[in-house]
Write a protein that binds this ligand. Structure first.
Ligand code: SF4
Length: 307
């Protein structure tokens, strides 16, 4: 019997890059990942938004590789330079085992970080884990450059969509992330995610169970982009939950790029939070701008998030 992987990896169109490579044979396209997913880190993570991390932590599974190449990526060690660090190639059975282990440790959810290029490996693994007793919500924590067709195909697998809406400006996408159609693709992605899961639903203990939470990292010097992103979210619905992230700092190659070669100022962040409120967005998580160093991981360490 053909599996979801047979159907989708022989001529890969898992993400909007549509490379067409045969990943069943181990070929890799733009994302650099062949048949098996590469996992860079698993563990309880306490740095997500309160309804995701809760008190017990979010059960994160960080995938290596990425379908974007952001010059400012704080996870560049695993997204773009993963050949230089320790990763584990995992079958979908092994991924299912990881999920069950995280559930046993008390995780509030399973949080797949950067799943866009391994969406079907993730989906098959979730189906297997659910058959073995996985009950906690599944979070899809992506960069927003997803295939709407692929999302439709995995409908019912993901409980919480948490895309990072990066750009509503294709020139910025090209300059900073090597993608020329991000702003054309992402509106359809958000609509599909919203249609599948609705608004974020949080239980009595403050933990998210289902729905859409859109993140946006405010880039210094590009506030018009942030305003366009927030307007898109407000157009979707003013009830959409939004996480406005102030944690930007010039990581990886960002020092070479004018504009993003510095941290975000307090004034810039305040302008964007006020804009969000003026748009009528009701459910906005904000960050303490002084906490930015707390979010920088080092994947060379056993615990990348230890401060
Ligand atoms: S998932 Fe990877 S190989 Fe497939 S289309 Fe996207 S970038 Fe290309």
């Amino acid at each position: 019997m053909k599996s979801i992987l047979d159907d989708n990896l022989a001529d890969c169109k898992c993400c909007p890059r549509r490379c067409g490579v045969n990943r069943l044979k181990g070929e890799a396209g733009f994302c650099g990942i062949g048949f098996k997913s590469l996992v860079a880190h698993t563990g309880l993570h306490f740095g997500e938004e309160p309804p995701i991390s809760g008190v017990n932590g979010s059960g994160t599974i960080f995938f290596a590789g990425c379908n974007l190449k952001c010059v400012f990526c704080q996870n560049f060690q695993i997204s773009q330079e993963f050949s230089t660090i320790k990763t584990a190639a995992m079958s979908t059975d092994e991924l299912a085992d990881e999920m069950l282990t995280l559930q046993k440790k008390g995780a509030h959810n399973i949080n797949f970080v950067s799943p866009s290029h391994v969406i079907f490996q993730m989906a098959e693994a979730v189906i297997k884990a659910k058959k073995q007793g996985l009950t906690i919500p599944v979070v899809y924590n992506s960069n927003g450059y997803d295939s709407v067709d692929a999302l439709r195909e995995i409908r019912g697998i993901v409980d919480i969509y948490m895309p990072d809406l990066k750009y509503m400006d294709n020139e910025l996408g090209l300059k900073f992330s090597m993608v020329d159609d991000y702003a054309d693709i992402v509106p359809g992605v958000l609509s599909e995610m919203s249609a599948q899961t609705g608004f974020l639903k949080i239980n009595k203990t403050g933990i998210a169970q289902k729905g859409l939470l859109v993140r946006h990292l405010v880039l210094p010097g590009f506030l018009e982009n942030s305003k366009k992103c927030l307007s898109l979210i407000a157009d979707l619905s003013k009830d959409t939950f939004v996480s406005l992230m102030s944690q930007y700092s010039p990581q990886y190659k960002a020092a070479e790029y004018n504009g993003i070669n510095r941290v975000l100022t307090k004034q810039e962040y305040e302008e964007i939070t006020e804009f969000a409120l003026d748009l009528g967005l009701e459910n906005v998580f904000v960050q303490d701008i002084s906490s930015r160093d707390n979010f920088l991981p080092d994947f060379d360490r056993a615990d990348p998030f230890r401060i």
